[in-house]
Ligand binder design. Structure first.
Ligand SMILES: *Cc1c(COP(=O)(O)O)cnc(C)c1O
Length: 481
């Protein structure tokens, strides 16, 4: 087998006594300062391989990654856009990269200035008043904002136990609500894929604390009833939370605060180009309206005169939700992105993201079912429902086969309101040629033999790992036996 496709572990390549390199014996007398009790009896059982085998092992492994830098990555909802390399270079500047979070405020004024400005930029883009940069990702932003909402109601002496969530929402929404101690109530989508207002009205009473809405939603549709929805909630004294995962569609075009949201999170790694995938690294700042600012996590970055400092004197705060200041490395790249593009550039990002998605939609809407397929925002959801019924070809089969063509699969089986869902988000950084080639691949796959598709991918080292078993019985270390 081609070594590049090998799945052998370094341990399996090991031969006793092999060395990567040999250094001359040290002729400087060394005193062993460790007590005998602290010394191991024998060296640890590490793999013993030659340097060239070691290098080939890792270099070949690295070529098996599918990444935004190697392949088109239309993973819906995740906004896998290009991560500009200029930001990597600037973020690795020693003045930024070598900072330690325990340094005094005085010795890291530059970084504090950046974080302070980032708070203000994110407040402006949100149309809201205060920002906490602490949450480590969108999901933690949701949890943090709900804890802020709970503190706000506690402070007002109001008991509100419910969080209302549309059935098209991301799974983190109900999970965050449950973690924050709320009961979750699901609100139906209507035939247009938007919030069913009658269902919302029927579930709305004085127990409602927060309505969590994703807008544009996970079907790639902007809910044009949003003003009515936020009015309904506010009349009941409830708050509106915006899941900001889809901000890539509306930057500089509309602001959540302007359409009535009281709190929101950003996914800086999605919208503002933090390199991400496989679970991190993320950054999920939250922005809130004035009445919620006192409850934001501590510390916030503040400016006094020409100096920047961390403000810990915030008696109503819910406290800390993460160590230090959040994921500064991602915040920094986000700040660079926003500062580089400016207001007009950000607006262009969203316009092109929406244009690219609509172009792909127009090429694919007669190839697959697209339940809400007239127009979309920055992503759309196709369905393999008919293919499954007629030819037993599933969304999973199509996603797996795309890997053979060098494309990352779209998000499949989400949102749950669309059977056999394939959620496609091209992002603004892809060319027309890439989009055309991807559409051509999908069209070709649709016409392939079902049995051939059931066994895809055919050209990768691993074909169909048992994902359930991998999650339930993860084997995370090598054992000799
Ligand atoms: C990605 C995403 C989240 C969760 O954000 P993380 O940063 O991955 O924690 C929440 N909602 C939607 C719609 C998302 O796409």
């Amino acid at each position: 087998m081609d070594k590049r496709q090998s799945t052998e572990l370094l341990f399996e390549l090991s031969h006793p006594g092999r060395r990567a390199h040999r250094l001359p014996v040290c002729d400087v007398p060394v005193e062993n300062t460790l007590p005998a009790s602290a010394l191991a009896e024998e060296p640890p059982p590490l793999p013993e391989v030659g340097e060239i085998d070691l290098i080939r092992h890792f270099v070949n492994l690295s070529t098996r990654n599918m990444a935004i830098d190697t392949n088109f990555y239309p993973l819906g909802s995740c906004t896998m856009k290009y991560n500009p390399k200029r930001h990597e270079r600037l973020a690795s500047h020693p003045g930024l990269a070598d900072l330690h979070p325990l340094q005094s405020d005085d010795s890291c004024q530059g970084m504090l200035a950046i974080l302070w400005e980032m708070q203000n930029l994110l407040a402006e883009i949100a149309g809201l008043d205060g920002v906490s940069l602490q949450p480590a990702a969108g999901a933690q932003g949701e949890l943090t904002a709900l804890l802020v909402a709970a503190a706000y109601y506690r402070n007002k002496g109001e008991k509100r136990s419910r969080v209302l969530i549309p059935d098209s929402a991301h799974g983190t929404n109900p999970a965050s609500a449950a973690l924050a101690g709320f009961d979750t109530v699901s609100v139906k989508s209507n035939a247009r894929g938007l919030v069913d207002l009658d269902d919302l009205r029927s579930k709305l009473d004085d127990r409602a604390a927060v309505f969590m809405i994703t807008n544009p939603n996970t079907l790639g549709l902007f809910d044009d009833q949003i003003a009515t929805i936020t009015d309904l909630l506010h009349q009941r004294g409830a708050l509106v939370y915006l899941d900001g995962a889809n901000m890539n569609a509306i930057l500089g075009i509309t602001r959540p605060g302007d359409f009535g949201a009281d709190m929101m999170h950003y996914n800086v790694h999605k919208t503002f180009t933090g390199p991400h995938g496989g679970g991190g690294p993320g950054s999920g700042p939250i922005a809130v309206r004035k009445q919620l600012v006192p409850f934001l996590p501590t510390p916030l970055v503040v400016q006094t005169g020409e100096r920047y400092a961390l403000d810990f004197d915030r008696p109503k705060s819910i406290g800390r939700v993460r160590s230090f200041f959040g994921n500064v490395g991602i915040l920094l790249r986000g700040w660079l992105y926003i500062r580089t593009l400016g207001p007009d550039g950000l607006r262009e990002v969203s316009e092109n993201a929406v244009l690219n998605a609509n172009y792909l939609l127009s090429r694919l809407k007669n190839v697959f079912d697209v339940p809400h397929g007239d127009r979309c925002m920055h992503e759309f959801v196709a369905s393999a429902r008919a293919l499954r019924r007629e030819r037993k070809i599933s969304a999973m089969d199509i996603g797996k086969r795309l890997l053979d063509f060098g494309y990352h699969a779209p998000t499949v089986y989400f949102p749950l309101v669309v059977p056999e869902a394939m959620m496609i988000e091209p992002t603004e950084t892809e060319s027309k040629e890439t989009l055309d080639a991807f559409a051509d691949a999908l069209i070709r796959i649709r016409d392939e033999d079902a049995d051939f598709l059931h066994n895809a991918p055919h050209d990768l080292a691993l074909s169909r790992p048992d994902e359930v078993k991998a999650a339930k019985e993860p084997i995370l270390r090598w054992r000799a036996d």
